[in-house]
Design a protein around this ligand. Structure first.
Ligand code: HEM
Ligand SMILES: *[C@@H]1O[C@H](CO)[C@@H](O)[C@H](O)[C@H]1NC(C)=O
Ligand SMILES: *[C@@H]1O[C@H](CO)[C@@H](O)[C@H](O)[C@H]1NC(C)=O
Length: 328
């Protein structure tokens, strides 16, 4: 009797511990999500969406690749401690940002587009809209302008006061990654293998430098020989590291499913691209995306929504930066 009531009391204690930790988890997630909504700036900055649209329209008209560059900036922002604008911070003598992490150095671009939009937004609604939200909105607009899908985007992110070069080096995937490493690294951000495969379809726009695909076109066998040959013309075995090639060989300025059409004929540009169609778990999905643009668009939108919600700063965390390159 004494034993069983003791056991009973113990079970109650365990149950309470379980319930209280559960409610902490619930209140934490509902706290940040209840503070974010698509209409977050409806009253405080009614012109926001128009300003972002105009800024992206100008940029993409001048250079369509900028739509791709901004999309990549957003990915590199979200994967490093959440979508908090940390990638936008410049290095200073007393501050090390993420711009010189290996995946970003001499590669991440499009910062001026965000600066220009931020200047216009500050003129209309000073001190109101975060750089993190401007980047999220500009990304959505850019994808749409190049013919891609749209998605429901919650706003209300705030800007980080910190950045981490070492976390950027750790969390941003390398083009040398194999499939299991890619799945694991997206998994660490709460994204599934399907999300990873759909998000990689972002490589249907934009360009890569020779140094990122040299090994794939010279030393690997899972590549169409004539495609490898063609790419070698502008990417020598030594030198020419920053020479550019389109990630999608046919429609680099069109957000479509061309990326997957390339993969199924062994014409992926990066080693990591071709890993998605190389006899592994993602082959059948890649094949379906190559035949069904709408399915790709649907899965891409779902995954972008998830990626946009990684680790936002809300409430009184972080700040609204005045200049996206500098902590206030
Ligand atoms: C799956 C793992 C990924 C790897 C290993 C990877 C790697 C790369 C590399 C090496 C480049 C070329 C950079 C350069 O040469 O300067 C690139 C470009 C690009 N990436 Fe990814 N990426 C990945 C996923 C993504 C995702 C998830 C997105 C967005 C949702 C994305 C968007 C882009 C875009 C749009 C470009 C072209 C940028 C431009 O032209 O300025 N990538 N990526
Ligand atoms: C993938 O790459 C990782 C890291 O380089 C390595 O440990 C692992 O064995 C590789 N997996 C496969 C299936 O090749
Ligand atoms: C290709 O492989 C050769 C022989 O293993 C090696 O010496 C060379 O560095 C590799 N080149 C690239 C670009 O990976």
């Amino acid at each position: 009797m004494a034993f069983s009531s003791h056991t009973f009391g113990f079970a109650i204690v365990l149950l309470c511990l379980f319930l209280s930790s559960f409610s902490v988890v619930i209140s934490r997630s509902s706290r940040s999500s209840s503070q974010m909504s698509p209409g977050f700036y409806r009253r405080s900055c009614p012109r926001l969406k128009r300003i972002v649209r105009n800024g992206m329209q100008q940029a993409v008209a001048k250079e369509p690749r900028l739509g791709a560059s901004v999309l990549r900036l957003f990915f590199h922002d979200c994967f490093v401690n959440g979508c908090d604008g940390s990638i936008l911070l410049d290095d200073t003598p007393s501050f090390t940002g993420e711009k010189n992490a290996f995946p970003n150095r001499n590669s991440a671009r499009g910062f001026e587009v965000i600066d220009k939009i931020k200047t216009d937004v500050e003129a209309a609604c000073p001190g109101t809209v975060s750089c993190a939200d401007i980047l999220a909105l500009a990304t959505r607009v850019g994808v749409r302008q190049l013919g891609g899908p749209s998605w429901r985007l919650r706003l209300g992110r705030r800007d980080a006061r910190t950045a981490s070069q070492s976390d950027a080096n750790r969390d941003l995937p390398s083009p040398r990654s194999n499939l299991s490493t890619l799945i694991t690294s997206f998994g660490k951000k709460g994204l599934t293998a399907r999300d990873m495969t759909a998000l990689s379809g972002a490589h249907t726009i934009g360009k890569s430098q020779c140094r990122a695909f040299r090994t794939h076109i010279y030393n690997e066998t899972n590549i169409d020989p004539s495609f490898a040959q063609a790419r070698r013309a502008n990417c020598p075995f030594t030198g020419g590291d920053s020479n550019l090639a389109n990630l999608d060989r046919f429609t680099p300025n069109r957000f479509d499913n061309g990326y997957y059409k390339n993969l199924v004929v062994d014409k992926g540009l990066l080693h990591s691209d071709q890993e998605l169609f190389n006899g592994g778990s993602q082959d059948s999905l890649v094949r379906r995306y190559s035949n069904r643009k709408n399915l790709f668009f649907f899965h891409f939108s779902v995954a972008m929504k998830k990626m946009s919600n990684i680790g936002p700063l809300t409430g009184t965390n972080g700040e609204i930066r005045t200049n996206c390159r500098l902590v206030n």
